[in-house]
Each structure stands twice: as C-alpha cells, then as structure tokens.
Design a protein around this ligand. Structure first.
Ligand code: DGP
Length: 120
C-alpha cells in the first residue's frame, strides 16, 4: 500500500471504481477513460510502481495477472475475436499511474500498432 497511490485507494475502497473482478492477489476495474469498448485494468494488490520494479518473487504474480486478464476476456466475450494486453513502463510509454497494471483492450478491431492511446 502506498498512501498517495490512486490504485491502492481503489483496491482499499477509498476511491470508487467499477470493479469487475477481485481475488486475494489482484483487482480489476474499468478504465475511467476507455480507449476501447472493453478497457479493463488488472492490478496486483501489492504496490509495485512499474514492471521494471518487479522482483524475481513476483514472477508468479505476473503470471496470475495474465490468467486473470484471460478470464475477464472470456467473461466479457472478447476471447474469440481477440484482445490486447498492454503494460506501460515509464514516461516514454505514457505511464501515468505508478502502480503496475495490465490494460485489457477489446470489443473492436484494434489498430496494428504497439502504441497505446486513442489509436489503439
Ligand atoms: P497508464 O498510462 O498505463 O498509467 O494508464 C493508467 C490508466 O488508468 C489510464 O488509462 C486511466 C486510468 N485511470 C487513471 N485514474 C483512474 C481512476 O481514478 N479510476 C479508474 N477507473 N481509472 C483510472
């Protein structure tokens, strides 16, 4: 838990968000500024600022976050048509919230670019 982190506050129910999934290791909620019809953020309960800060002991956790993303893709019925999972790391990637998160994007054809943003 980091006192100033908005995602920690969402995890701890101090800030509202539309939570779509949670378990003992992860929480997932709708992005406040969706870039696609389905845009879900999957976050670990553990406060890890960026993917660069993950430790060897976080490897299972990172795998779990991907399993959760796949489960959510199935539940939102975008698994057959396809979806994108994005992790932004640092300023040049456009990371604005420094609590590690996966973006799950789908529900429309996504441009053939690795960039996030309005053009995903
Ligand atoms: P990134 O650029 O990877 O750090 O993306 C952070 C995302 O978090 C961005 O798409 C908008 C979203 N976001 C920021 N603040 C909030 C919030 O308070 N609630 C929710 N649900 N999403 C937020």
């Amino acid at each position: 838990m980091s006192a100033d982190c908005i995602f920690c506050k969402i995890i701890n129910r101090e800030l509202d968000a539309e939570i779509v999934y949670e378990d003992d290791k992860a929480v997932a909620f709708k992005d406040i500024n969706p870039a696609a019809p389905i845009h879900i953020l999957i976050v670990p309960r553990k406060h890890i600022p960026t993917v660069l800060d993950m430790e060897k002991s976080d490897e299972d956790l990172m795998g779990h976050l991907h399993t959760v993303a796949n489960e959510i893709a199935r539940s939102f019925k975008i698994d057959k048509k396809g979806y994108r999972i994005v992790i932004n790391c640092g300023a040049d990637a456009g990371q604005i919230v420094f609590h590690l998160h996966l973006h799950l994007l789908g529900g429309r054809p996504l441009l053939q670019t690795i960039a996030k943003g309005r053009g995903v």
